[in-house]
Write a protein that binds this ligand. Sequence first.
Ligand code: PMP
Length: 366
Amino acid sequence: MSDAADIPVRVRPGIASLPPYKQGTQAGPDAYKLSSNENPFDPLPGVLQAVQSASAFNRYPDATATRLRERLAARFGVTLDEVHIGAGSVSILAQLVLATSGPGDEVVYAWRSFEAYPWLAVLAGATPVQVPLTADSRHDLDAMADAVTGRTRAILVCSPNNPTGPVVGQDEFDAFIQRVPSDILVILDEAYAEFVTAPGAVDGLTVLGNRTRGGAELPNVVVLRTFSKAFGLAALRVGYAIGHPRILDAARTTAIPLSVTAHAEAAALASLDAEEELLERVRHIGARRDRLAEALRDAGWAVPQAQGNFVWLPAHENTLAIAETFTAAGLIVRPFAGDGIRISVGEEESVDEVLRIAASVVEDLP
Ligand code: PMP
C-alpha cells in the first residue's frame, strides 16, 4: 500500500494530521477489561427481552426517539423539546460542538479530560483551548473562565472528570456560570453522574431545575448523560441531552439522521423500568470504587477523589511501564503516556488483583 502522502485525494487540513479516536484496548477471554469504564454487570433479562422484541430490522427507527424523550421528560420534569437523544452522548457532544464552533472559534475544556474533546474541536475546524487541571486533578474553573475570549463558542465541563475522577462543586459551578457570557454554550458532561456520592457535587438537573424554577437564567447550559455507564448499555449507543430547545434544535440539525436505533431506544426504556435495580448495581460499583481508591492510597498511590466508575493512578513518566505490568497480569487498563493510568471498577474479583499489582509497582514511581 502506498503512503498517504502519495494519494491525490485531498483531505481537509487538520484532519489528515488528526489521529482517529482510539478506544481502550480490548481484552482476551482470560483478562479483565478495565480500560473503557464499562459496567461489569450482565444485562438484565428484561432489557434483553425488550431489545429482542423491538421493531423489525427492515424498518427505520423513530428519528427523534419520541418514546424515550417522553419518558425522560417526565422523569426529569422538563418538556419534550428540552430532551434530545443521541447515539451515545459522544454523538451529542459532536453535534453541539459542530453547531456552535467552526474555524476561528475556540472550544475551552480542562485537560486532562475526555479524549474526545480535542478531537471533536479539531473535527469542527475550531481551536481547542486546554486549561490544566489543578494539582489535585480537578477542574480549575477560575482559570477556565479566564481562558474565555471573544472567540470562545463552547466550554466543556466534565464532572466527574474522566480520567482523573473528581467532581466539580455545585457552588463553584454556580460561580463559574455567572462569569461566562450567556452567548457561550456550556456543556456539562455528566456521563458518570449516577456514580457520584460526594456531597456538594454539581448536579446538572439541579442547575437546569433552578432555571425552570425561575432562578438564574441559564439557557446556555446543556447537560449530557448516557445509558452507557450506570445503565450498562455501552454497546447499544444511547445518550441524552437536557437543555434549551433552541440549542437542542441546533444539535438535531447537525445530527446524522436516524443513528439512534429502535433497539437502543427499547433498551433505554426497559432500563428506566428497571431503574431501581440498576441503581442498586451502581451503588455496589460505587462501594467497590471507594474500597479500591482507599486501599490504593494506603498502598502509597496519590489517587485523587474518585467519583466515577474508575480510579486514577498518577504514574507520571512510569505510566507505560506500569501499565505493561498490569497487562501482563491480565488486567487491561488505560494508560495516558507521561501522565497516569485509569482503571475501571470492574468485577469484584478484579479489585484484589488491581490492588496486588498496584502495590507491587508503587516503589517504581518517580
Ligand atoms: N463523556 C465522557 C466523560 C465519557 O467518558 C464518555 C465515554 N467514555 C462519553 C462522554 C461518551 O459516552 P457514550 O458515547 O457511550 O454515551
